[in-house]
Design a protein around this ligand. Structure first.
Ligand code: KIV
Ligand code: NA
Length: 257
């Protein structure tokens, strides 16, 4: 049985850090799940790391569902959370319910994540949650708003920090079971983490969050552009190049088969 959203809240209370990574296909989902990752995110970052887009904006709901189906086929234990892509929920609660409903019914994911904490999003989170769809929030840097805010660190001024804290509290009150804090000042992330009853999952937000998430291609050395806060744990890009060159050499030398 997969990890349930309420178990993550228990993890926060017990002080056990939550491990979250992204996946976009069956083999990586299976590897992550087998390695004991708690939460597997079908992040809309797949637009960039798996499909070669420059931003997350072009990803469609159909693209998302296609990838989430593959991921779910590889997962037995982790909670699968699926990002709602740009413009599949911003019109309002009705559009969001239709999109999130499709994700849960067609993929096997257990929850959705959507970006932002302004009042219309908070209302949408409440409606989704009441309908039985668990929602993870996401504040700070929200890449679907790249044309408005860029990717630079958020929460550096007192006003901005206050606003992000308010957004996080509003999402929590609306029923979100967890919240991603992306690229905000570490003190602000710590303050949000101690204030909220729900777990915070940080990315570029420092060590004082209840869990950490990174984009899997960033920890495996498979990304074109590496965010400064990511850490490379394996250089798979180089390994793949070496393997492909060795195979090519063998074929050209008639050593394989
Ligand atoms: O799309 C994504 O990968 C994300 C994580 C970075 C949190 O939203
Ligand atoms: Na995302």
């Amino acid at each position: 049985m997969a990890i349930a959203t309420h178990q993550l809240i228990k993890r926060k209370r017990q002080g056990h850090p939550i491990v979250m990574l992204t996946a976009w296909d069956y083999p990586f989902a299976k590897l992550l799940d087998g390695a004991g990752v708690d939460v597997i995110l079908v992040g809309d970052s797949l637009a960039m790391v798996a499909l070669g887009h420059r931003t997350t904006l072009p990803l469609t709901l159909d693209d998302t569902i296609h990838h989430a189906q593959a991921v779910c086929r590889g997962v037995d234990n982790a909670l699968v959370v699926c990002d709602l892509p740009f413009m599949s929920y911003q019109e309002g609660p009705v559009q969001a319910m239709r999109s999130a409903g499709r994700v849960l019914k067609e993929t096997g994911a257990g929850a959705v994540k959507l970006e932002g904490g302004y009042p219309a999003i908070v209302e949408t989170v409440a409606r989704l949650t009441l309908s039985g769809i668990p929602v993870m929030g996401h504040v700070g840097v929200t890449p679907q708003s790249v044309h408005r805010q860029g990717y630079g660190r958020q929460g550096k001024t007192e006003d901005e920090g206050e606003r992000i804290l308010e957004e996080a509290m509003a999402l929590s009150r609306a029923g979100a079971f967890g919240i991603v804090l992306e690229n905000i000042t570490h003190d602000l992330a710590a303050e949000i983490t101690t204030t909220l009853p729900i777990p915070t999952i940080g990315i570029g937000a420092g060590a004082r969050c209840d869990g950490q998430v990174l984009v899997t291609s960033d920890i495996l050395g498979l990304s074109d552009r590496q965010p400064p806060f990511a850490k490379i744990y394996a250089h798979l890009g180089e390994k793949v190049t070496e393997a492909v060159q060795a195979f090519s050499q063998d074929v050209r030398d008639r050593k394989f088969p």
